[in-house]
Design a binder for this molecule. Structure first.
Ligand code: HEM
Length: 481
């Protein structure tokens, strides 16, 4: 107890952002972290203001809830928050300073720049990638058509088909929807994403991990993540390494990374590129490139059950501008203004990543009269920005028209930040935007999604809060063709 008390003794400067309530000895606000954290943050915000502090076992955490301060810190003061929090989750799987999200300083810079340039060379944001996505879209359309209108839960199907896009980029292979090997990894991935939040909260209280049982799902999370690394990431890195030919143009991320690594080493240039980083990146691409985009698509389908008039308007727009003979492609995007607005409103309303990556403050700085001390952890609460009344007027309503001006043109609002902002903005933004457009335009062109319950009862919009705000399980009937 004396050790815990000493460790958690607070010695904060006087002008840090206020606490919503007095921290308890030793645990601080830890006991308040369970339950619906999304609602709690809004309650604390009312008490303590847009920028407030929480004490987690002696670790100062500062939550930033307004757009202007997030922008000021994440863009103008980016140098102070280069590194993500060195979380316990990362230590559990031995990935301190590995991959991209957990990589630090120069290592992060090199891994991010190399990964981005490889993804671009493989077509991210270009037509080659659009073709790859469209192949997958055609497969998913056939699969949904085979349901013949029967009620279905399409979550796993969307997970697998979206994942196929990033898999074809990362490991050069797509998988059948029923492939037991791949379905198993998708289920592991869902677990890894689901439990991450509860493991993350253990960071200041690592010793709780050693209690009997698995109260914080940390053991389940470690098992899922280790299996993804060993049997998926490492297995593919080894396989591609064996078949690697330095004279061939690399056709997937792993081969391109190995080629770059060898090139730098052969030239005697010091580099952070190595296999451990590569395995961590493959898992990250698989994780970040699957659930995010497929759950956003799922939210959009769910909203369409609730707002059938929006779905009808989207269909009419596609019918008038693209027709129904061919599936939409990227050159149709500027013509489908309403669909673009629906996608933007879905990203705002679903607020998929409610809190961006937590950052470590590397040196004390001041913003808005508050001190952000060295060693404190910053939370960018993107959810608060997406539901800010002062920005959106009626944030509680699903209203795509807010993104269209009176001349019928699309409005790009800088406050819409589902991919976060600053130097560590989502690496896959261009890919995700392309996927969302190609999947959703084709789905709404070919099918009409309706509630499966014949009494007209709509599935709930209540999310479950893992690392993402996940759409609830729901069934939908599909008609039109
Ligand atoms: C709708 C889909 C997506 C959303 C909403 C989303 C959102 C985000 C957010 C909020 C961050 C944190 C950025 C920060 O805190 O500064 C992030 C980081 C990241 N995302 Fe995405 N993402 C999506 C799709 C993807 C895809 C398809 C990929 C795959 C290429 C991807 C790869 C990454 C990576 C590698 C990072 C870490 C970047 C870094 O730490 O430097 N994301 N994403």
């Amino acid at each position: 107890v004396v050790w815990l008390w000493t460790k958690s003794r607070r010695n904060y400067p006087s002008n840090i952002p206020p606490f919503p309530s007095t921290p308890l000895p030793i645990v601080g606000h830890f006991l308040l972290m369970g339950g619906n954290r999304r609602d709690k943050i809004q309650v604390w915000r009312k008490v303590a203001g847009d920028i407030f502090s929480l004490d987690l076992g002696g670790q100062l955490n500062i939550l930033v809830n307004n757009f202007s301060t997030i922008k000021e810190i994440w863009v103008k003061h980016a140098d102070y928050i280069v590194n993500a929090q060195d979380s316990f989750a990362v230590q559990l799987i031995g990935e301190h300073d590995k991959g991209i999200t957990s990589a630090r300083d120069d290592n992060w810079k090199e891994q991010r720049t190399t990964s981005l340039s490889i993804l671009r060379s493989l077509g991210m944001g270009k037509n080659v990638m659009a073709d790859k996505i469209q192949e997958e879209v055609s497969c998913v359309l056939e699969k949904i058509a085979s349901f013949k209108g029967q009620p279905e839960d399409v979550r796993l199907l969307l997970n697998i088909s979206v994942s196929n896009v990033i898999c074809s980029v990362a490991v050069g292979k797509r998988f059948d929807y029923e492939d037991p090997f791949f379905v198993h990894f998708i289920l592991q991935l869902i677990d890894a994403v689901k439990y991450l939040r509860s493991v993350a909260i253990l960071t200041p209280f690592k010793y709780l991990y050693y209690l009997p049982g698995d109260l914080f799902n940390a053991k389940r999370w470690t098992k899922a993540s280790t299996e993804l690394n060993e049997k998926f990431g490492k297995a593919y890195v080894n396989k591609i390494k064996q078949d690697f030919d330095a004279h061939e143009d690399p056709e997937n991320f792993i081969a391109a990374y190995i080629k770059e690594m060898k090139k730098l080493r052969d030239k005697g240039i010091q580099t952070h590129l190595d296999e451990e980083n590569l395995v961590a990146i493959v898992r990250l691409l698989f994780l970040a490139g699957t659930e995010t985009t497929s759950i956003t698509t799922l939210w959009c389908l769910l909203y369409m059950l609730h707002y059938p008039e929006v779905q009808e308007k989207v269909y009419r727009e596609i019918e008038a501008n693209v027709g129904t003979e061919r599936i939409p492609n990227m050159s149709d995007k500027p013509k489908l203004v309403y669909l673009n607005a629906v996608i933007m409103e879905t990203q705002r309303f679903a607020s998929l990543v409610p809190i961006g990556i937590l950052r470590e403050v590397s040196d004390t700085f001041k913003v808005g009269g508050f001190t952000f001390p060295k060693g404190s952890i910053l939370w960018p609460v993107l959810d608060s920005v997406h539901y800010e009344k002062k920005i959106w007027g009626d944030p509680e309503n699903f209203r795509p028209e807010r993104f269209i001006d009176k001349n019928g043109a699309l409005i790009n609002r800088e406050e819409l930040i589902p991919f976060s902002i600053g130097r560590r903005i989502c690496l896959g933004e261009a890919l995700a935007k392309m996927e969302l457009f190609l999947f959703l335009s084709a789905l709404f062109q070919r099918f009409k999604f309706e509630p499966a319950d014949s009494s007209g009862k709509l599935p709930t919009l209540k999310e479950s809060f893992g690392s993402y705000l996940c759409a609830p399980a729901f069934q939908t009937e599909v008609h039109r063709t």
